[in-house]
Design a protein around this ligand. Structure first.
Ligand code: PSU
Ligand code: MN
Length: 316
């Protein structure tokens, strides 16, 4: 009953509905990265290129946002443009904000947590983003822990990302995920990626390079009734990665500025991203775009593999 009521809030685009009816693999995409994570016009260009990339690999992209009181699964070009031009005026929608923005009929850009909720409702198992939110540095004082982590604990969607940004406390983020039983998979390397840089210095829980192996892992978790997400980390391509010392120094500077200006709550992550972009003269944006595209490739392959991976022990 509850699920039926929830479904009454969903509107699928025609391509998404057709793909699902045909049993083709889908990949969900978030919209906070468009409205709050990147400036115009790079944001909309990246969104379109990521969608095209996923399509070229045989999966259907489904960018998710809240528009006019509906949860929209799959957006038109004009709708992507609307979000991209919102200049951060769109609401940043995490679990807490979903009912307010839906009931109010406003424009909502979904975070990792918000997108996971909507993807799960729509029956989409794979979701590609840039980097997940996490435990912020100084969280023992500020209590700033992204709602993304709680969502990973309970909502059964695989989240493909370039790890977590070094604006976060990656060690504490991994501790939190372990406590909540969220497996952290890595491909292409043993360690978790650190968004702008390839190596966080922390080992992921399991390294699985092949999409088929990733899909078997994920299918087995869900077969067992172990609800909740899986993180699949993959590093930014070498050529686009930023030097670690540089990004660490700029991160410290941006964090100090945020503190001095009293930036808090949901404004923290967009502020840090924008400051790091300014401090790197735009180079961090190029890195961000490259990593999202690479994540899209890994995510599309995973979606295809999951579509082929049967359920149950015999299927293995
Ligand atoms: N990572 C990025 N760009 C982003 C975000 C993460 O590279 O725009 C967004 C995601 O939507 C993520 C959110 O879910 O920031 C986390 O925000 P917070 O720390 O306020 O939970
Ligand atoms: Mn926060």
């Amino acid at each position: 009953m509850v699920a039926d009521l929830a479904h009454s809030w969903l509107t699928r685009s025609a391509p998404v509905a057709a793909a699902q009816a045909a049993g083709r693999p889908l990949v969900a995409l978030e919209s906070t990265i468009i409205a709050h994570g990147m400036p115009y016009p790079e944001n909309v260009r990246t969104a379109r290129e990521v969608e095209a990339l996923i399509r070229s690999l045989g999966a259907e992209p489904a960018t998710i946002a809240l528009i006019g009181g509906r949860i929209r699964i799959g957006l038109s070009d004009e709708e992507l443009e609307l979000l991209a031009r919102s200049g951060g005026q769109a609401h940043k929608v995490s679990r807490r904000d979903l009912p307010a923005v839906l009931a109010g009929g406003g424009l909502g850009a979904t975070t990792v947590a918000g997108t996971m909720i909507c993807a799960a409702l729509a029956g989409i198992e794979v979701f590609v983003t840039g980097g997940i939110g996490g435990v912020h540095r100084g969280a023992p004082e500020s209590f700033d822990i992204s709602a993304d982590l709680q969502e990973l604990a309970k909502t059964s969607v695989a989240v493909v990302c370039a790890g977590a940004k070094s604006i976060l406390d990656i060690g504490l983020t991994l501790e939190y995920l372990e406590t909540h039983g969220v497996p952290v998979l890595s491909c292409e390397q043993d360690n978790l990626a650190a968004f702008y840089t390839r190596d966080s210095g922390f080992r992921a829980d399991f390294r699985l390079d092949e999409a088929a192996a990733q899909a078997r892992f994920i299918r087995t978790k869900w077969d067992l009734g172990l609800a909740g997400g899986v993180v699949l980390s993959t590093p930014v391509p070498e050529a686009a990665a930023m030097p670690r010392e540089e990004i660490d120094a700029l991160t410290r500077q941006a964090l100090a500025e945020a503190k001095a200006q009293g930036i808090a709550g949901k404004a923290v992550t967009p502020f840090l991203l924008a400051r790091i972009k300014a401090l790197t003269g735009g180079r961090s944006l190029a890195t961000n775009i490259a990593l999202v595209k690479h994540n899209a490739e890994v995510g599309a392959r995973l979606a295809l593999a999951l579509a082929h991976a049967g359920r149950g022990a015999e299927a293995q």
